[in-house]
Design a protein around this ligand. Structure first.
Ligand code: SF4
Ligand code: SF4
Length: 320
């Protein structure tokens, strides 16, 4: 696969600085039941990288010491890590909000039949990818049969109270299937809500629109099709400085499956280490005594993906 990394390192993107740390985003490994075309971590069923119990315990210690409010779990499919339930249970016992970035199909996999119930019992927030409300677009990006399966999984979550009870938040994630920026989040959310309710009686809380980043599988596709410069031009032309204050890296620390830390998930994929440390390749164990606030963030051309248009983060648009 072609790699955009070298093209992204040199940039004129404005320097951004860290604010108070609130969220620990932890990648539990690259194993996934799916292999989507836009996946920025190149996850799939053949990947073997998984966070160990030792690193999971380090994550819990860090949360405890730093009064972290939100634990955001990603992968791969985070639920496929054998220590997933232990981590969730321990974090919830500390009253930390836990977000599971769930691909929905995992809820239907053999061996995971009780997963949805576990998530509901623990009051885990589910942020689930459903790249479109149209079957054709979902299958183009994620593969055949994914649309029907996702609908079945959403119905199952609704039946457990997700999207209906205040303490069981169900959010959906949209990302474009082409070179465009996402449409306005509010308008698209209204369309999603109307169509999913009318066609399937499904309800959910919020829709997050996320811009595709020019890295990993999507970046490789851009290079292979000669579309890299065009896409970067779209991101740069739509630069909006008002998003700089709220880019997610200001309040988030991203941890990879081995425990190394980065400013965000994208920098993790690009192997751009955290600057806010005295170590050249900082690990979570080095961060217990580091003060992050006010420190520089490692930026690159891909950062234009976070500031284009209405802005983009793991929690959706930045200025809706
Ligand atoms: S479900 Fe998510 S992690 Fe898995 S391949 Fe698709 S985009 Fe990547
Ligand atoms: S790509 Fe990462 S470092 Fe750059 S602005 Fe976005 S969140 Fe921050």
């Amino acid at each position: 696969m072609l790699d955009t990394r070298e093209l992204l390192l040199e940039t004129d993107f404005p320097q951004v600085y860290r604010a108070k740390l609130e969220t620990l985003q932890v990648n539990l490994g690259y194993l996934c039941n799916l292999s989507c075309t836009h996946c920025h971590v190149n996850a799939g069923p053949k990947r073997t990288e998984l966070m160990s119990r030792e690193v999971v315990d380090l994550v819990l210690d860090f949360i405890r010491q730093n009064s972290i409010k939100v634990l955001d779990l990603t992968g791969g499919a985070p639920e496929m890590n054998p220590h997933f339930r232990y981590l969730v249970t321990q974090a919830r016992a500390m009253d930390v909000e836990v977000i599971d970035r769930c691909n929905l199909m995992i809820l239907l996999e053999k061996g995971y039949e009780d997963l949805a119930e576990f998530l509901a019992d623990q009051g885990v927030t589910i942020t689930a990818s459903l790249p479109c409300y149209l079957e054709e677009n979902v299958e183009k990006q994620r593969g055949k049969g994914i649309y029907d399966g996702s609908i079945e999984a959403l119905k199952m979550l609704n039946s457990l109270g997700y999207g209906k009870q205040k303490d069981l938040q169900l959010n959906l994630v949209y990302n474009p299937v082409d070179l465009n920026l996402p449409p306005a989040q509010d308008g698209l959310q209204a369309d999603y809500k109307r169509i999913l309710k009318e066609d399937f009686d499904i309800v959910f809380n919020q829709l997050f629109t996320i811009t595709n980043m020019p890295i990993s599988r999507f970046g490789g596709m851009l290079l292979a099709k000669g579309l890299y410069n065009k896409y970067m031009g779209i991101l740069r032309d739509n630069y909006s400085s008002e998003n700089l204050d709220t880019v997610m890296c200001r309040t988030l620390l991203s941890v990879d499956y081995q425990g190394y830390v980065y400013d965000c998930d994208f920098n993790q994929m690009l192997k751009m280490p955290l600057l806010a440390s005295s170590k050249p390749r900082p690990h979570l164990k080095d961060m217990f005594d580091e003060k992050l606030e006010g420190r520089m963030i490692a930026i690159g051309e891909h950062c234009y993906g976070c500031t284009a248009g209405q802005g983009s983060s793991c929690g959706g648009a930045l200025n809706e």
